[in-house]
Design a protein around this ligand. Structure first.
Ligand SMILES: [Zn+2]
Length: 331
């Protein structure tokens, strides 16, 4: 797969895939993407088979030398803010931050962006891969594709963690444990974590299980609980609504959408208060809770292959961006 950066305002003819005898081309006009043609190799391009897909997904990537602040470096390089947030969300979920980020020598990061040919508002760009390197170690993250978009974390090519955050790009506004309550004041135990995200942001199941409860609980507002085994549940609260058709007893997979971020119950703004409980005892979702739940994700995968594929994809994305001024113009 050979992909290049696309420039708004130019007409380009760019082979997107070269596979067997098929070649697809993307045509861009100054105002918008005109459409996609698929032509059989050797056939005249004047008789293309129009495919007219509604959405085209493009890959982007950057290689960044982190000097001081990772945030600033990513913004300078034109990494979309949704991708930066997703990256930071994922880092929050790492048990022990594996690197002092300011000391990292190099960051490779790639993301996907949809272009909607029907002019619908496309979703925000999504993180797909990141590699943080310094002299001691390489940390690599893969947001796996498909139904289950769990995050795989590698350290020097070894899989050391896999997990599914309930929201992919949220701000961790409150951790587990003793804290000052934002509404009632006073020191109280916080039984979960708070993830701030815009109203309507989809909330995903963090592990496979069964829907055990959908309804209101005082303070929590609209709540969904997933039973993962007899002892362990995950609890999602303050929702604005549950996913249509979702019912108690349903079997769900990790990454399935349960509902949307809201402000129901006692909140200071739209956020997900997320809990994991073992025998009804709350445990820290970022450490013990994650360890218990993520054991069920990706046990059967061939990790090495997934990692090499992700690296190859990154190289093919970045390899074509030889002119930094063009890369900077690409969005
Ligand atoms: Zn909370």
């Amino acid at each position: 797969m050979n992909r290049k950066f696309l420039l708004a305002g130019f007409i380009i003819l760019q082979p997107l895939t070269v596979e067997a005898s098929w070649q697809e081309r993307l045509l861009l006009s100054p105002s918008k993407v005109k459409g996609m043609q698929s032509v059989e190799q050797g056939q005249s391009a004047s008789s293309p088979n129009p495919l007219n897909p509604r959405v085209i997904t493009l890959d982007f990537g950057r290689e960044i030398s982190t000097v001081s602040s990772l945030d600033v470096s990513m913004e300078d390089e034109g990494v979309p803010s949704s991708v930066t947030e997703e990256f930071e969300t994922v880092l929050e979920w790492l048990q022990d931050p594996p690197l002092d980020l300011s000391e990292s020598d190099n960051l490779q990061i790639s993301w996907k962006k949809d272009i909607d040919l029907n002019d619908n508002e496309p979703p925000e760009p999504r993180l797909t891969y990141a590699k943080l390197s310094n002299q001691d170690q390489d940390i690599e993250l893969i947001v796996s594709e498909g139904k289950n978009n769990a995050v795989l974390l590698f350290k020097d090519e070894m899989l050391i963690d896999s997990f599914q955050p309930p929201i992919m790009d949220a701000q961790l506004t409150s951790r587990f444990g003793i804290r000052r309550h934002p509404v009632y004041g006073g020191a109280r135990r916080h039984n979960g974590i708070d993830l701030a995200a815009p109203l309507g942001t989809p909330i995903m199941a963090t592990a496979p299980g069964r829907v055990a409860f959908i309804g209101r609980r005082s303070g929590y507002g609209l709540v969904i609980e997933i039973e993962h085994d007899a002892d362990t549940i995950s609890r999602y609260t303050h929702l604005s609504r549950s996913a249509s058709g979702l019912a108690v007893g349903d079997t769900i997979n990790s990454g399935d959408i349960l509902g949307e971020v809201g402000t129901s119950g006692v909140t200071t703004g739209p956020n997900l208060h997320y809990e994991t409980r073992v025998n009804d005892r709350p445990v820290d979702p970022l450490t013990e809770g994650k360890r218990i739940l993520s054991g069920t994700i990706y046990q059967q995968q061939n990790y090495q292959e997934v990692l090499y594929e992700a690296r190859e994809r990154f190289q093919s994305i970045i390899g074509t961006s030889t002119d930094p001024s063009l890369a900077a113009l690409s969005e």
